[in-house]
Design a protein around this ligand. Structure first.
Ligand SMILES: [Zn+2]
Length: 423
């Protein structure tokens, strides 16, 4: 009997030690947002001026989204991260000082802009600021002046201006990547381009962009402070922030880990993409994306699908494959996950800033009920799932201490809810 008591006492001491050791992590994880509904977001970077097929491809993509509806009969919606302009190369070269000059989306690609406006009206398209352009204007003008071969392909593209033809370091917007390591732009440069970007965005789409994602995921806290001055309240991320690239062109992370709901130094909410659907890269498929969606659901996180424009604007075969896969992914999500709610990133951010408020698509005036969030003991199963998904060593420790048994029983209840929801 005494031996048994000693074993129990030691076990309790071990459990208490784990709780004391990881107390801060547990409290941080518990304070994160947890959703009772299943918010589903489709985040797609790089829409803007482009090739001759882009308008037609975007129209087909939006038609696919319009065929999917959530539990509240809302159509699937793409949060399209829009590049607002491209270089006006002829004017730059004709300028005696090689000053950077641009063509905005409506001038450079009126057909694409028209499809975007139609998508806004139907509810399948919500624009979000990606950047005034997808390059560094001053560096680009200097390379024009120097007749640098690194920009030759982009300038020569007969199908329209395509920054994707530039070497990757030259595609950053808030850094100068013409030489490595990259150099962050100055505060004055940031203020000038972000002021013009926010004005242009509002002129093109009738409402300000309250959320954004930086081209190439390259930005720093100075950029965040300028975004904040221009009422940008949410920052879309891939779970980290990079402030530059080193002499070997490797990305440098100055915030290696961002969780959804974390705050920037300027008070903005970070959003995090957690489902990768980039089939043209050959790294993920509808099936792998679906598994990531299931994991997000088990953690009561928004299902935030990343799928860039290039998946839909290259060859006809690539396009059909990407579109069919997205259709399949959305069908699987809708048929197996309960309470699916299609939302855009600025709407999700607004719900996190003011829970229980009516959700508004400010671009077309549609109103939707608030997203339901989990509170109290209902958060326990997704809380445990977050710890399990993120911290393998903690899972091992839970196994050694036996804590895995009650945790497994709680999470099993959660899985039963998933099965019931799929019926
Ligand atoms: Zn981009």
């Amino acid at each position: 009997m005494n031996v048994l008591l000693i074993i129990v006492a030691l076990w309790l001491l071990g459990v208490m030690a784990v709780f004391c050791w990881k107390n801060k992590l547990f409290r941080q994880t518990w304070r994160e947002p947890y959703f009772a509904d299943t918010p589903v977001l489709i985040e797609s970077d790089d829409w803007g001026p482009g090739g001759v097929v882009d308008a037609e491809r975007l129209a087909q993509l939006l038609a696919c989204l319009e065929s999917h509806h959530d539990t509240g009969k809302r159509t699937a919606v793409i949060t399209a991260d829009v590049v607002l302009s491209v270089p006006d190369v002829e004017k730059i070269i004709a300028d005696p000082d090689f000053t950077y000059q641009r063509k905005t989306l409506d001038e450079a690609a009126p057909d694409i802009y028209k499809v975007m406006l139609a998508g806004i009206k139907s509810g399948a398209f919500v624009p979000q600021l990606h950047g005034l352009e997808h390059l560094n204007g001053q560096a680009f003008a200097r390379l024009c002046q120097q007749n640098d071969p690194r920009i030759a392909d982009a300038i020569a593209d007969p199908y329209g201006w395509n920054w994707e033809s530039l070497a990757s370091p030259l595609q950053g917007h808030y850094v100068d990547g013409s030489q490595l390591p990259t150099q962050a732009i100055s505060l004055a440069q940031a203020q000038a381009i972000i002021a013009l970007a926010t004005q242009t965005f509002q002129r093109l789409f009738g409402y300000p962009s309250v959320s954004t994602v930086a081209p190439c995921y390259l930005w720093n806290s100075v950029i965040e402070s300028v975004w904040q001055q221009h009422a940008i309240q949410m920052i879309q991320t891939a779970g980290y922030r990079c402030d530059g690239r080193n002499e070997h062109s490797h990305y440098h992370q100055d915030k290696p880990l961002i969780r959804v709901g974390d705050l920037s130094n300027s008070g903005q909410i970070y959003l995090v993409r957690n489902v990768m659907y980039e089939p043209v890269d050959g790294r993920n498929t509808p099936d792998t994306a679906y598994l990531e969606a299931l994991s997000a659901y088990a953690q009561a996180l928004p299902v935030s699908i990343s799928t860039h424009r290039y998946n839909y604007t290259r060859s006809e075969q690539d396009f059909q494959c990407s579109l069919d896969g997205l259709d399949q992914l959305l069908t699987q999500i809708r048929s197996t996950l309960p309470d699916v709610r299609f939302v855009s990133s600025p709407e999700l951010g607004a719900q996190m800033l003011a829970a229980d408020s009516v959700m508004i698509n400010h671009f077309n005036g549609e109103l939707w009920p608030p997203l339901k969030q989990l509170t109290g003991i209902k958060k326990i199963a997704p809380f445990l799932n977050r710890l399990h998904a993120r911290h393998p060593k903690l899972t091992l420790l839970a196994g050694v201490t036996g804590l895995i048994v009650p945790a497994w029983l709680i999470c099993r209840q959660s899985r039963q809810k998933l099965v019931q929801g799929s019926r």
